[in-house]
Design a protein around this ligand. Structure first.
Ligand SMILES: NC(=O)c1ccc[n+]([C@@H]2O[C@H](COP(=O)([O-])OP(=O)(O)OC[C@H]3O[C@@H](n4cnc5c(N)ncnc54)[C@H](O)[C@@H]3O)[C@@H](O)[C@H]2O)c1
Length: 326
């Protein structure tokens, strides 16, 4: 597994270990957000004898050794973030999303890996209202979306030309315990717990197909071994698009801190007004659907935030500040 210490990756490691799978997790502990958070995500996993951590960067690590004996790869490593992908930082998105995937694909072919599942993104789609575009054709709104789409196309090319068995899963706005600190639910819950105003980009009418991390992990586990057409691409979405305003209303109820003040900030360049995944294809080919309701998933996320706060208050060894990593 690449990106094993990340938000989704750490949950996927847990699920596979629970099924008795031996997991080798590779992560570079990049500084997109505090590496200490990533170390905390997998602190319990590194004690498991069935889990092996390889600290390394896909751009430089010895991937022949990392893939030695590996049956299937879940490729979740990447540089996330839509609004941060403009300007000079696009180099980092090309490196960590495109070049890193290219290097992994070359190594996967050389090592005869049986299946590679790539974590793609709803950001490849762009806005649905664009004119002069074939239905469903991706047209990203952001450099991040472009880098995820480029990597997805590379994955497809290695499947079609080299015969590598691949599946690309387009994840939609994943939330739940350990969610990345830049993401909406994480920011809102922390602000509510602190009694700070919530910073909302735009007027809160944006709609997202929020999908619970446990459901995303289930789809990914199924994709690691399912019988699927070559170079398959599937949406992984709950199919219950919800506005940011509704999300805030639910969080207000769940945190129970009373109605929050809202600070309206400028819309972020690259954000689309609406995302809504196609749930039929994953249902047909993986027999999968996202069963967790938004309320239940958010309740679990709120509990994680409050639990982490008490652990930080009582455990001197738990530090989430940046470490000296890259
Ligand atoms: N969270 C979402 O809502 C969402 C939605 C769509 C797609 N995705 C994709 O899913 C994947 C996981 O997302 P996440 O939210 O868990 O992000 P995350 O940042 O928490 O996890 C990504 C992990 O990859 C590692 N990494 C980055 N570049 C690396 C490299 N070159 N070599 C080795 N490790 C590297 C990071 O250190 C991090 O631990 C990403 O590829 C992301 O683009 C996420």
């Amino acid at each position: 597994m690449t990106g094993a210490a990340g938000f989704i990756g750490s949950h996927l490691c847990e699920a596979l270990l629970a099924q008795g799978v031996l997991v080798r997790g590779l992560d570079a502990f990049t500084t997109f957000y505090e590496p200490g958070r990533k170390r905390a995500n997998i602190a319990h996993l590194v004690k498991d004898p069935h889990f092996e951590l390889v600290e390394g960067d896909l751009l430089h690590a010895r991937l022949d050794a990392a893939l030695d004996g590996v049956d299937a790869v879940a490729h979740l490593a990447g540089e996330p973030g839509v609004s941060t992908s403009w300007g000079p930082s696009f180099d980092r998105y090309v490196d960590r999303n495109v070049m890193a995937t290219h290097r992994l694909l070359e190594a996967a072919v050389a090592q005869g890996v049986g299946r590679l599942v790539y974590a793609s993104s709803s950001s490849v789609y762009g806005g649905e209202a664009d004119a002069l575009r074939a239905e469903g054709e991706p047209r990203p709104y952001s450099p991040y979306g472009v880098s995820k789409l480029a990597a997805e196309a590379l994955v497809g090319a290695y499947a079609l030309s080299h015969g590598l068995s691949t599946v690309s899963l387009r994840y939609f706005s994943v939330y739940g315990p350990r969610q990345r600190p830049d993401m909406a639910a994480h920011r809102f819950i922390e602000a509510l717990l602190d009694g700070r105003p919530l910073e909302v980009y735009g007027d809160g009418s944006q709609v997202r197909d929020f999908t619970y991390v446990g459901d995303v992990v289930n789809a990914t586990v199924l994709a690691l071994s399912a019988d699927l057409p070559r170079a398959a691409v599937l949406d992984v979405a709950s199919g219950r698009p919800t506005s940011v305003g509704t999300l805030i209303g639910l969080l207000n109820e769940l945190v129970g801190a009373g109605p929050s003040a809202i600070v309206q900030c400028d819309e972020r360049l690259g954000d689309v007004p609406r995302t809504e995944g196609n749930t039929r294809t994953a249902h047909t080919h993986l027999s999968w659907s996202a069963d967790t309701s938004l309320r239940t998933g958010l309740q679990r996320q709120v509990e994680w935030h409050t639990g982490l706060r008490s652990r930080l208050a009582s455990d001197d060894d738990l530090v989430l500040m940046p470490s000296a990593g890259s």
